[in-house]
Design a protein around this ligand. Structure first.
Ligand code: NAD
Ligand code: GLY
Length: 369
């Protein structure tokens, strides 16, 4: 098992990363959190449906087990789900030393994390990510939030977990769409911070190149765990340097400026987060080219990579002006000025403000089939 320590202002916590470490959940819980009585698992119908027998049995061996099960989907990352969690926590009579385990992808992590941050002015929180995006990104660093009136992550706060348990074997039950979704976020780490990560993914793909189920094969491979570890380590370091997203942490939002706007306009149901980010990355690459950075060959090689990873390169149709308008709701949009993360070169990100709207528009038009 690999362990990453994350040092933040109010908390130092561990990320445990290892295949099948779920078996040792109770041991890790006792090691990291004192005097636990109730363990309250927050998950959704789909994930709990798959892992119910395993996780419930393990926790019940040592603790009082309670559960709060939400409906599945980004559209349930909202205040109604929070109200439901708060009511259930009241019914359970949850106290501050009880532990909330957020067991799921980024939607559960963000929603349960915000509930844990606010109920009783803060409860013990274990992030237990079950998607690639959640394992490499969303469970780390304490950003917790829900959407409100079709605006992403607009009600939220920073609340660092007490422990993160990352078992890549849980990824085996993801469907192909969700694997692709996660690979989009991994590509982000590769382009912005460490291109070797992309080479690692390509080498894994190459290992299984004749296998129709290669996406499933790669996520079960021990080497994929190392890719997750590399991404988690990058994220942890950035969080340590800029916990409250005032500077360097912005770099993690490469591809997210237009990605979030696409999610808002196209609708959370039709485009998942990783796909939206993958498309946003293409816009960021076009904007980088417009600024005289990178070169067309690099963009072409990234498009080839998208084909291999089955990432989207286009959206069917959408209203460009609506997307431009949606950009104004981005949290990085300050005093009427947009903020984009561009690449001067591979692994050389730069934060750019107030880019000409015409260039942004063109980059979005390039996405339309
Ligand atoms: P998600 O949580 O909706 O999960 C995707 C789908 O996979 C869901 O249907 C879910 O039920 C299912 N699923 C989860 N684990 C599974 C498993 N092991 N087996 C089978 N199915 C499983 O989406 P996501 O991609 O994990 O996360 C996206 C969300 O994360 C967005 O809301 C985004 O805003 C947020 N996010 C937050 C941060 C942050 O720093 N807090 C960072 C990145 C993304
Ligand atoms: N995923 C963006 C961040 O954590 O800052």
């Amino acid at each position: 098992m690999e362990i990453i320590k994350v040092k933040t202002l109010n908390r130092i916590y561990s990320i445990y990363i290892g295949n099948n470490i779920t078996e040792k959940l109770n041991e890790y819980l006792k090691e990291n959190i004192k005097d636990v009585k109730n363990v309250i698992l927050i998950s959704n119908e789909k994930i709990f449906g798959i892992y119910k027998n395993k996780i419930e049995k393990i926790i019940k061996e040592d603790f009082d087990f309670k559960k709060i099960i939400l409906k599945d989907g980004e559209e349930y990352k909202n205040i109604d789900s929070l109200k439901f969690i708060y009511s259930e926590l009241l019914k359970i009579n949850a106290h501050r030393n009880d532990v909330i385990i957020s067991f799921g992808g980024g939607v559960i992590g963000d929603t349960a994390g915000f509930a844990a941050a606010t109920f009783n002015r803060g409860m013990k929180l274990i992030q237990y990510p079950t998607t690639i995006i959640a394992q490499v990104d969303s469970s780390i660093g304490g950003k917790v939030a829900v959407n409100f009136e079709n605006t992403k992550n607009i009600i939220g706060c920073f609340y660092q977990p007490h422990l993160i348990i990352c078992d890549p074997q849980l990824l085996k039950t993801l469907n192909e769409n969700e694997i692709t979704n996660g690979l989009g976020e991994i590509v982000k780490y590769g382009l912005v911070f460490d291109y070797q990560i992309i080479n690692d993914v390509l080498s894994l793909i190459n290992t299984y190149k004749n296998d129709e189920n290669r996406l499933f094969k790669i996520i079960s491979d021990e080497k994929f765990k190392n890719i997750i570890y590399k991404c988690a380590r990058i994220k942890s370091k950035i969080v340590e340097e800029d916990e409250f997203d005032l500077n360097k942490r912005n770099l993690l939002n490469f591809g997210h400026t237009i990605g979030h706007a696409l999610e808002k306009v196209v609708g959370f149901k039709n485009l998942n987060h990783g796909q939206a980010v993958a498309l946003g990355i293409l816009c960021a690459l076009d904007l980088s080219l417009s600024m005289g950075y990178l070169n067309k060959e690099i963009k072409k090689s990234i498009l080839d990579l998208y084909d291999i990873l089955k990432l989207p390169k286009f959206i069917d149709k959408c209203d460009v002006d609506e997307i431009l308008n949606a950009l104004k709701f981005d949290k990085k949009f300050v005093s009427g000025k947009n903020k984009f993360i561009l690449l001067e070169e591979l692994n050389k990100p730069v934060i750019y403000t107030d880019i000409d709207e015409k260039l942004i528009k063109n980059s979005i038009i390039n996405l339309i089939k």
